[in-house]
Design a binder for this molecule. Structure first.
Ligand SMILES: C[S@@+](CC[C@H](N)C(=O)[O-])C[C@H]1O[C@@H](n2cnc3c(N)ncnc32)[C@H](O)[C@@H]1O
Length: 346
């Protein structure tokens, strides 16, 4: 039986790629996103999937009922929960659409059997998480929560994210609106082989320090494009940036087994938006120059995030837009492992 999927906050289709990667026989019956550039990329990759370019919270109940989707995937906006942001949580305007979906679950006649939610690390401390879990208890879902990082799957890229898997079938229970839930987040997925990060004395895990130097993590060079010199030149860091901000970059070499999280600000802001690649000399000893240091290409960022070679962009999508879209997307490899577990073993 082909699984009917609704992909909310579809972006460039990270969830769809992950389901394909996990070998799930599925049909995305509708994708939802308000970003026109993302939607062009989505249509370019998934011909025939209807993409709805409307605010989710403006859609009528009848539309959700008519989907008859068994799996809802959701990676709602992360700005209300990011460490860099104001962490307004549910009070943030950008949380509105997800709160709408949470509320909807109670009223739906055709509830999805499965839910898969992805968000930034930080979401697990938010009031939105508590509201979501209370609703799942009331509506008869059992659920599991995860904090995972693609380093655990030997990808040399750090992207710690919160994931929730839920499956309909529990007895609906009353749940008070001040009910709190223990902070129990799994770092392993049953039936999958993930490197386990070491925990500190308080039980907190540090994926990066714990795994970066693990021999099983693949080297960055396995994810690089074979760039002709003239193509490599277009990824050079501008001299002005090297002079003013060179030192704040996270610098890695092809032999390293790590890169930091690529965000939508990559190449626009120097600090905390993703690593740059030093192709010659010794990091920290030899100065970064335009000849020995470059940005990762969008294709390389996609490789590090686990996107398949089949991901492609319309030629009109600029490099800057590609970085933004990829930075907003997700670790396809991690979601594939979770989807496989949710649909087959949970
Ligand atoms: C974190 S990104 C999800 C990216 C996606 N999973 C991917 O693989 O590219 C959140 C997405 O939600 C979209 N979005 C934000 N608010 C929305 C709303 N109210 N209705 C529909 N889409 C919305 C944004 O345009 C953005 O593409």
């Amino acid at each position: 039986m082909v699984l009917r999927v609704a992909e909310f906050y579809s972006g460039i289709g990270g969830m769809h790629f992950a389901l394909k990667g996990a070998g799930v026989d599925c049909q995305v019956v509708r994708a939802f996103d308000i970003n026109t550039v993302a939607n062009d990329v989505y249509r370019h990759n998934f011909d025939g999937v209807p993409v709805m370019q409307r605010c989710i919270e403006s859609l009528p109940m009848t539309m959700f009922e008519a989907l008859r989707a068994e799996l809802w995937t959701m990676s709602p906006p992360c700005q209300p929960y990011t460490r860099q942001g104001l962490q307004r949580g549910s009070g943030d305007e950008r949380a509105k659409s997800f709160l709408f979906i949470i509320d909807l679950l109670e009223r739906l006649q055709n509830k999805p059997t499965y839910l898969l939610v992805e968000n930034v690390a930080g979401f697990e401390r938010s009031d939105t998480r508590a509201m979501l879990l209370r609703q799942l208890v009331r509506t008869g879902y059992r659920f599991e929560e995860y904090l995972l990082n693609p380093l655990q799957l030997c990808f040399p890229n750090s992207r710690t994210r919160y994931y929730l898997l839920a499956k309909l079938g529990a007895e609906p229970q009353e749940c008070a609106s001040d009910c709190e839930f223990p902070a129990h987040f799994r770092h392993d997925v049953p039936g999958a082989s993930l490197i386990q990060p070491a925990a500190d004395a308080d039980g907190r895990v540090d994926f990066e320090r714990g795994i970066w130097h693990h021999d099983e993590v693949r080297r960055v060079k396995q994810f690089l494009e074979d760039l002709a010199p003239e193509d490599a030149a277009s990824y050079r860091l501008p001299q002005k940036i090297l002079d003013r901000h060179g030192y704040v970059h996270d610098v890695v070499t092809p032999d390293d087994r790590r890169t930091c999280c690529f965000t939508k600000g990559y190449t626009h802001y120097a600090e905390g938006t993703g690593s740059v690649l030093q192709t010659a000399g010794v990091v920290g000893v030899d100065p970064m120059t335009q000849e020995n240091t470059r940005y990762f290409t969008p294709r390389e960022v996609a490789n590090l995030m686990g996107f398949p070679a089949s991901l492609s962009f319309p030629s009109a999508t600029s490099a800057k837009q590609r970085y933004r879209l990829l930075g907003n997307s997700l670790s396809v490899s991690v979601v594939a492992v979770l989807a496989d577990y949710l649909l087959h073993r949970m």
